[in-house]
Design a protein around this ligand. Structure first.
Ligand SMILES: Nc1ncnc2c1ncn2[C@@H]1O[C@H](COP(=O)(O)OP(=O)(O)O)[C@@H](O)[C@H]1O
Ligand SMILES: [Mg+2]
Length: 252
């Protein structure tokens, strides 16, 4: 990463399609925008899902710009010069070269994964690369099934064990599988904008707080209202044994 003036860059990456990179990008971008951060999504995915989301948006919102292949670094430089606070990179799936470029450009890379064996297996190469290059990163679970009577589903507990074993930080919050995330995308809104006070809105607030903290974003811009209720935290991260897993073993 080259030295930027003040702008922070965050990249949502994964080798697998459908993990939630676009969902995270647009929900975080809308949140940042509504908090007063000058925000842009750089859409590196030729499918342009973030661009489509912005087209469907009537409300004032973050800038969403298609970034052509090879234009990431000049576009990032220009965004910084234009005075942006936050650049969010939405990346294509199964494009390790672009994912790596985005991760190198970013202050923080977020590896997005669903709690399924298929998703976890596709992460191993990326985890190894991020670790070997010492790029600041965090793993974030998306589409996790909800807790039942306050208990984490086995699928999620097992996924967390494996993710912790990868040796990269795992976010203590997640997005659960919720229709609010699907419905809001088609209207160009975040789930919090369309369903204020919902469980999805609380999850967005928690994930935003964690990522903003990791990015050390200027806290003076934060004007969040006090929390009323917590989302379903991934408590198991804090008490489950720190089993070490060889990422390559999962790849087989
Ligand atoms: N937390 C979630 N709950 C329910 N549906 C989700 C969630 N996250 C993503 N989806 C849905 O899964 C699909 C893929 O998500 P998307 O963000 O486009 O993934 P990616 O950008 O990684 O390919 C979309 O239909 C999206 O609405
Ligand atoms: Mg996408």
């Amino acid at each position: 990463m080259w030295i930027l003036k003040t702008m922070k860059t965050i990249a949502f990456i994964s080798n697998k399609g459908g993990t939630g990179k676009t969902t995270l990008s647009v929900n975080m971008a809308a949140t940042a925008h509504n908090l007063g951060y000058q925000t842009m999504i750089g859409d590196l995915d030729p499918q342009r899902s973030s661009v489509d989301w912005a087209r469907g948006r009537e409300a004032d919102g973050p800038a969403v710009t298609p970034f052509k292949r090879g234009s990431l670094f000049p576009a990032q430089f220009a965004a910084d010069r234009a005075g942006l606070d936050l650049l969010i990179l939405d990346t294509p799936s199964a494009s390790p070269e672009i994912s790596l470029q985005a991760a190198k450009a970013a202050d923080l890379s977020v590896l997005v994964s669903r709690p399924t064996v298929m998703d976890l297996r596709t992460m191993t190469d990326m985890v190894t690369t991020l670790k070997s290059l010492k790029l600041k990163s965090v793993i974030l679970l998306n589409q996790a099934p909800s807790q039942r009577n306050g208990r984490e589903p086995t699928l999620v507990k097992e996924a967390i064990d494996i993710l912790i074993g990868f040796g990269l930080p795992v976010a203590p919050c997640c997005f659960r599988s919720r229709t609010a995330f699907q419905a809001s995308i088609s209207c160009g809104l975040s789930a919090a904008e369309q369903f204020p006070g919902s469980a999805a809105a609380r999850e967005i607030e928690d994930v935003w707080a964690h990522l903003a903290d990791q990015l050390a974003l200027n806290p003076s811009l934060k004007t969040q209202s006090p929390k009323i209720e917590r989302s379903e935290r991934l408590q198991s991260i804090w008490y489950r044994p720190r089993m070490q897993v060889d990422p390559q073993a999962l790849a087989g």
